[in-house]
Design a protein around this ligand. Sequence first.
Ligand code: NAG
Ligand code: NAG
Ligand code: NAG
Length: 393
Amino acid sequence: MKHPSFYSRSSLLVASLAIQLITVTASGGGGSSGVTSSSTVAALKNYNAMFTFGDSMDETGNICAASSNKTELDVLTCTRSPYGETYFGRPACRWCDGRVVVDFIAQALGLPFVPPSKAKGKDFRRGVSMAITGGTAMNFSFYKSLGIEDPVWNHGSLDTQIQWFKELMPSICGTERSCKGYLKESLFMFGGYGGNDYNVQLLELGLTPLQAMNYTPKIVTAIANGVEKLIALGAVHVVVPGIFPTGCLPIFLSLFGDAAGETDFDGTGCLKPHNRLTEYHNSLLRKQVDALQRKHHNSTRIMYADYYSLVYQMVQEPEKFGFSKPFEACCGAGGGKYNFDVTARCGMEGATTACRDPSTRLSWDGIHPTEEVNKVIAGALLRGPYCTPPILG
Ligand SMILES: *[C@@H]1O[C@H](CO)[C@@H](O)[C@H](O)[C@H]1NC(C)=O
Ligand SMILES: *[C@@H]1O[C@H](CO)[C@@H](O)[C@H](O)[C@H]1NC(C)=O
Ligand SMILES: *[C@@H]1O[C@H](CO)[C@@H](O)[C@H](O)[C@H]1NC(C)=O
């Protein structure tokens, strides 16, 4: 198998996971005021189900159900301790010490945790997750055309995930017509997508953040087209998240920080070029979300979730949120400012124990946030102000 970059496959994987988290912080800048068009559709108090899409940030088990490849599962360390130690008491195929954002939202809405779509014999009527580690906005064929062969990027792109959902629809809501009636009372969490699309470019193709911006319009259009597909299937309430501020993630800081010049860091200690890429992605996405809402104002309620602003604020003023050491992975190896080593990532040899109190930390494994951060994000999506409009109205 050829690898076009000098990064190992496992480092890429990690990076892709990290990106997702990072995206949360990057989209911000403008706070929550980006979406201006409003919907005439009211928020619901009781959603009948929650359907989720995305990547490792929202992983709730698909990668473990889908991969029978032992080598790959060894790279995918979310199957190992100390993942899951805070809440589940065991690795729960989530990239976190406990619950991910969609878990907290499910609990707040009185819904069960979303089972992975690849689980056999489950009832999906109250929700199901299509999200899978490595998920991208663009098709794998697109990355193949750029010379990418690593199968980790081919687990389930956005279009593939929508296809999985379509195949499950008869078991969830019956006919096309009855599905329209059912799905209009469901909550759709569509991504964040995009993090891995940039991970492929930065970590595998070795592009600079500036070069990666060339593909942003394509990536954002793929996400917007995905939202249109969901609407055509009957979705009414759709949350579309931007991505984290990747320039603040331990993985990128440790991979690119050394080579970066002083002027590449912002006053907080994040990498400006990476955050600029994320902000660019988020600003284009917000525009497209706004245009979609305007187009479907009388029949849908599209909610833009500004992960970037919220996470960036946590990085800038961690004490305000009860956090410390915002750049240090809670579970990792190598110590120092970032405690991140691609060859000894959380769950691997040398990194089998977490920091003493994960609830005081932002970064769980150098890529993904801690359960505590996910809890704050979920609260902000449900009640605002980092979701426009908030899920609960
Ligand atoms: C299993 O995964 C490893 C690592 O990604 C890969 O090199 C190998 O080709 C895969 N094996 C099969 C049978 O797919
Ligand atoms: C992915 O491939 C399918 C089938 O070839 C195509 O219809 C779709 O437009 C592609 N999606 C993206 C985001 O390029
Ligand atoms: C929503 O608006 C579109 C055009 O803007 C119109 O064709 C459609 O009939 C409207 N639907 C409802 C339910 O009012």
